[in-house]
Design a protein around this ligand. Structure first.
Ligand SMILES: [Cu+2]
Length: 312
């Protein structure tokens, strides 16, 4: 397996999704060159006479339950709080039938993210296929409230999609404010420092540095083909940004910590909640941050210009 090629293909999918979804083209040189061709993926068959939508009107990922003919269909959207349930769902395709062919991305055919709507709780799960296009995953919503579930997948013959649906746990619920912006997060005894800024409309370099008991962690373990996975959700509507590290284990350049570098691009100013998954000691840990995206001052140096390793 050619790791750079694999990464490139994978990164391509994400960048394309991201650019298409957020309407931000031309940010990375490769995007324009490798984007889907106008007739390449079946869009033309559905809407041959429609001109391409202006990018500015595109919708960020995760806000829709149905997109491009693909629909996320949960068996139920109400789960008793604190009770572990076999949560089942399908993704139906343009032909109305459950999708059974997926491309593997980050070692899985489908990534399933669940958060509560006030962004204080997060889970990254991997459902299993139980036949006929049905996915099942043990799920427990910890307390009463409103939740958002995202299915992040690449159907065969299509670019990647992230569909979202609301889930509900009945009962009394006191909404919590967004946790305040912070550059340091604790997770299971680990400390993660966040460096870098989110600048709307441009690729922003974020570096997350993991330490434990004051010592840098230099033996992070690969998790789903990377040393870290970062999910960013926009406060207010939970627009979904699945960003990925710059480099991957085994590429000869990327070190197993303490720093994990990501390229992220956000569509607008405002607050984002970032969830970092990393693996160490055989266990996956999650560190969460709130970060505010602010436009950069005119004439500022592009972020990351002086870094040693550039994936693009
Ligand atoms: Cu996943």
């Amino acid at each position: 397996m050619n790791a750079p090629a694999k990464l490139g293909a994978y990164g391509l999918g994400l960048v394309v999704i991201f650019s298409a979804a957020l309407g931000i083209g031309n940010t990375v040189g490769a995007v324009g060159a490798v984007g889907p061709s106008p007739a390449g993926d079946g869009h033309g068959a559905h809407a041959p006479s429609l001109p391409a939508r202006p990018a500015a009107e595109s919708v960020p990922a995760g806000l829709q339950v149905s997109q491009d003919g693909y629909t996320l269909t949960p068996e139920t959207t109400t789960l008793a709080p604190g009770e572990r349930t076999a949560f089942r769902f399908t993704v139906t395709g343009p032909d109305g039938r459950p999708v059974t062919s997926y491309q593997v991305a980050h070692e899985k055919k489908l990534h399933f993210i669940v958060v509560n709507r006030d962004l204080g709780w997060f889970q990254h799960l991997h459902p299993t296929e139980v036949g006929g296009g049905v996915w099942s995953v043990p799920l427990s919503l910890p307390q009463a409230g409103a939740y958002r579930a995202f299915a992040d997948f690449v159907p065969e013959g299509h670019e990647g999609l992230t569909l979202g649906t609301d889930l509900f746990a009945p009962g009394d619920h006191t909404p919590q404010p967004l946790p305040p912006a912070t550059r340091t997060a604790e997770a299971d005894g680990y400390t993660v420092e966040l460096d870098g800024d989110l600048t709307p409309g441009t690729s922003s370099r974020l570096t997350l540095t993991v330490s434990k008991d004051g010592a840098p962690v230099t033996d992070l373990e690969p998790y789903l083909g990377a040393y870290g996975h970062l999910v960013a959700l926009r406060a207010g509507d939970l627009a979904y940004l699945h960003v990925h590290p710059d480099g991957e284990p085994g590429d000869g350049v990327t070190r197993p910590g303490p720093a994990i570098t990501f390229n992220a691009e956000v569509p607008s100013r405002g607050d984002y909640r970032l969830f970092l998954d990393f693996q160490h000691g055989g266990t996956v840990h999650t560190a969460a941050f709130t970060l505010r995206a602010v436009p950069s001052p005119a004439g500022a140096t592009p972020a990351g210009a002086d870094h040693e390793h550039s994936g693009h």
